[in-house]
Design a protein around this ligand. Structure first.
Ligand SMILES: [Fe+2]
Length: 97
């Protein structure tokens, strides 16, 4: 988890990284409250925006290379692309299977 934090700090803008830490903290607190895996929740929080700072071209390239086909509705909403390609980025860039 520490290595993922280091990579995120390096790869994300400071604002996005600070937001990410807050989401990870909140996710961990919710997991504690609801008896879910604190580690899994923290990891999900850390990585939830790992693909958010890619531009459209990069996002489409990642999707294409990983076999993801955006629907017409997806294509009309590039602000959600990071949620679709995020799992690919989490695996390939951050080593989360
Ligand atoms: Fe976010």
């Amino acid at each position: 988890m520490a290595e993922i934090r280091r990579k995120l700090e390096k790869n994300l803008s400071n604002d996005r990284y600070q937001h990410t830490l807050g989401v990870a903290y909140t996710a961990a607190a919710l997991a504690m409250r609801y008896q879910a895996s604190i580690e899994d929740a923290e990891l999900a929080g850390l990585l939830h925006d790992c693909a958010k700072e890619y531009d459209k071209k990069e996002s489409l390239s990642i999707a294409e290379k990983s076999g993801i086909r955006f629907s017409a509705a997806d294509m009309a909403a590039p602000q959600i692309w990071h949620a679709i390609i995020g799992p690919v980025v989490a695996e390939k860039k951050y080593g989360v299977a």
